[in-house]
Write a protein that binds this ligand. Structure first.
Ligand code: ADP
Ligand code: MG
Length: 695
């Protein structure tokens, strides 16, 4: 018998287990190559790059230039002569145009007052119309055999003669120039980038291929070209985001949650028990929450409001709605301090209402954890769910300061409850206001309730930005207020160090202040290394006025509520982020007394421009929403969307605020995109890897 040769190639019916890659086929895996595979990167540089978040070739490609720089020197025409590429500028003296076969040749004479040079343009017949004696031109190139050899030119105010060398964000250790060289070395890998945009979308939106977009961003010949490239990449990011969000929303609609009907008798008693009337904003938020709780799909609502605006009252309302239905509520906080604080706030009220309530922390024993089954409301840290506390029938979960939560924990909560057959309603509380534009983009599937105004009778915090030289005057003022019976916080510098070093620095500062400026007062020190029991005692002492000053690290950022504390001094305030400073400041101004916040920093001239802007913004306003918008502007949006907050990788090229039109276009086509498996859907999976899209 003649053996039949089996065809294994394209013509065969038997497919090979893996198709061999053709030579020009993109190999996306090459993008994951570590940076030391590039020339000029050894262990040291690699480590420095990692600090900037640059670890793979892909990271370099996705490293967006902050601006572009003109690097070619501009010279006088009389000084022309070298081999180097230069820019000359001058006035057109004379223009002539002629044809040779199918070739149009435009010849121009240009003078800048020092000398005259001629330049020749081929096949640009329109130039003859644009150019006339007296018109200003810029030419980039070098002197050649027939006058000036033009590489690029501008008539009037164009910008294509500039160099457009990209300028990248760099650290202190890696120069922008080095990064520029590395990105250039990475650029050939752009061919290995797989373009996930469907061809029809790309054509309809008039977008370049992804690899071309990278080339345009990193090596443009004009500002316009760079922007076309950036927009292409930004559009993809926003589209993937919108598709992911739509998926998440659809998923949720298919999930079952207990419908909690209308508010009943317990809620009526709760309202009566509150020592104040709810503000219209709180009432509005409650109405929105009631609407969600009546549905059989799980609530996913973001309750945002400035520090002290009264979110906790609303959160407890939601928890009680679960309780009056015979189910459980859980209140989760990112830190034990905050969990304890919440517990203290609600425990009395709960008792008055006959609602049982338990605090669970990582220190809780097994037996105490067993109790979680029986109580109505459980308060705890994320340890609550991570370490497998079994709840009886969780109907409402309130996640406080959710931006500090890893998304994993959030989804763990939801999954844990799902094993009991239903998903809980979830209310995310955040005191870091999320700009409206951002809420729309990232939290597009979350309904948002806003508590816009803090309860009345609060005076806005008076904020000053002072230099270190003026600090002693600030302490004099502080001691005067302390003598009047007020209390204060002193926030230690945010140093890049371990928790232990930070703790030691705080303790040293507390001791120093106790010996010097604050010798007549009682100073306590709070940091991350203080044991929970000690911390509780410290906080209790501060609350009853047994301590005058609390020297602290950022652990006081959230939750601490002592109305008599009216002064805050933040040392080296320029080291903190805007949102963080706003959070810190929210620890004062919680009572009826006038409060003060003093931001101390080095001399203004020594600070970076953004650091100056941050501090200026804090002085100018106490409106958290406004500050959030400013923060978004200063940071461009990318960093704002860190994995922690959104559960997805950063946006590199999209600017949440300025790219609003792109976002709208992405939203518009999002619904029409096929949900079948495709490179686009794969890219969405990748972007949301680890996030809780599939609830
Ligand atoms: P947030 O959680 O938004 O920071 P809280 O809920 O902790 O704010 O409220 C801050 C303080 O304001 C608390 O002492 C609380 O009792 C009080 N408070 C809340 N709502 C009102 C209101 N409607 N009227 C007066 N005081 C209120
Ligand atoms: Mg609160």
């Amino acid at each position: 018998m003649t053996p039949i040769r089996r065809l294994t190639g394209f013509a065969s019916l038997d497919q090979p287990p893996v198709w061999p890659a053709t030579r020009r086929c993109p190999q996306p895996r090459r993008l994951d190559a570590s940076l030391d595979t590039l020339p000029g990167v050894g262990a040291t540089v690699k480590r420095k790059l990692a600090k900037l978040g640059l670890e793979t070739v892909r990271d370099l490609l996705e490293h967006r230039p902050r601006r572009y720089e003109a690097a070619a020197p501009e010279v006088r025409i009389a000084a022309l002569g070298g081999e180097e590429e230069v820019v000359i500028a001058g006035e057109v003296l004379d223009v002539s145009s002629r044809r040779r076969g199918r070739l149009t040749i435009v010849k121009v004479k240009i003078s800048d007052g020092t000398a005259t040079v001629s330049a020749t343009f081929f096949n640009q017949p329109w130039l003859a119309q644009q150019l006339a004696p007296g018109v200003r031109m810029r030419l980039r190139g070098k002197p050649g055999r027939y006058g000036f050899d033009v590489k690029a030119y501008d008539v009037g105010d164009g910008d294509s003669t500039a160099d457009f060398a990209p300028v990248y964000p760099a650290g202190e250790e890696v120069t922008p120039k080095k990064i520029r060289a590395l990105v250039a070395a990475a650029l050939p890998y752009a061919h290995d980038v797989y373009d996930p945009l469907p061809a029809d979308v790309r054509v309809r939106e008039q977008l370049p291929l992804k690899c071309d977009a990278f080339a345009a961003v990193h090596h443009p010949s004009s500002g316009k070209e760079a922007e076309v490239g950036r927009k292409r990449l930004a559009f993809e990011e926003l589209l993937l985001l919108q598709i992911g969000i739509a998926r998440r929303a659809a998923e949720r609609e298919r999930t079952l949650a207990p419908s909690l009907g209308e508010p009943g008798e317990l809620i009526a008693r709760y309202r009566k028990a509150l020592p104040f009337a709810l503000t219209p904003y709180q009432e509005q938020a409650i109405r929105e929450i009631d609407g969600d709780l009546a549905r059989t799909a799980p609530m996913q609502r973001l309750l945002q409001g400035d520090v002290g605006s009264g979110k906790t009252v609303v959160a407890l309302y939601a928890l009680l709605r679960a309780v009056e239905n015979g189910r459980q509520g859980a209140l989760m906080a990112p830190t034990e301090t905050l969990a304890e604080q919440h517990f203290l706030t609600i425990a009395d009220l709960c008792q008055e209402l006959g609602v049982t309530c338990a605090l669970l922390t990582s220190a809780s024993r097994k037996r105490e954890r067993g109790l979680a089954q029986q109580v109505d409301v459980v308060v705890g840290t994320h340890a609550l769910i991570q370490e497998g506390v079994e709840l009886r029938d969780l109907a409402v979960a309130v996640v406080d300061e959710q931006h500090r939560f890893g998304v994993e924990q959030r989804s763990a909560l939801i999954k844990g409850a799902l094993t009991q057959g239903r998903a809980p309603h979830v209310l995310h509380m955040t005191a870091t206001p999320i700009p409206r534009t951002l809420a729309l983009t990232v939290y597009g599937d979350l309904a948002v309730s806003e508590i816009a105004k803090p309860p009345a009778s609060r005076k806005p915090i008076e904020t000053r930005w002072i230099s270190e030289e003026q600090a002693s005057a600030a302490y004099t003022r502080l001691t005067r207020l302390l003598a009047e019976g007020r209390q204060a916080y002193v926030v230690c510098p945010l140093i890049e160090a371990s928790e232990t070093t930070l703790a030691r620095a705080a303790e040293e500062e507390a001791e120093r202040l106790q010996r010097a400026e604050l010798r007549d007062f009682r100073v306590g020190c709070l940091h991350g290394r203080v044991k929970p029991a000690e911390r509780r005692e410290l906080m209790a002492r501060f609350k009853v006025g047994d301590l005058d000053v609390l020297v602290a690290t950022t652990v006081i950022e959230v939750g601490v509520d002592v109305p008599n504390a009216t002064v805050m001094i933040v040392q080296e305030a320029d080291r903190f982020g805007l949102a963080q400073l706003h959070q810190l400041r929210g620890r004062v101004g919680r009572g009826a007394e006038q409060s003060y916040c003093l931001l101390v920093s080095r001399a203004k001239e020594e600070l970076t421009e953004t650091a100056q802007k941050r501090l200026e913004a804090l002085v100018a306003t106490t409106d958290g929403f406004e500050l959030a918008e400013i923060d978004l502007d200063l940071r461009g949006g990318g960093a704002f969307l860190g994995t922690r907050q959104s559960g997805m990788s950063d946006l590199h090229f999209a600017h949440i605020r300025r790219d609003r039109p792109l976002l709208e276009r992405a939203r518009a086509i999002c619904g029409a995109v096929s949900v079948e498996p495709s490179p686009l859907q794969d890219a969405v999976d990748e972007l949301f890897a680890g996030a809780d899209i599939e609830a």
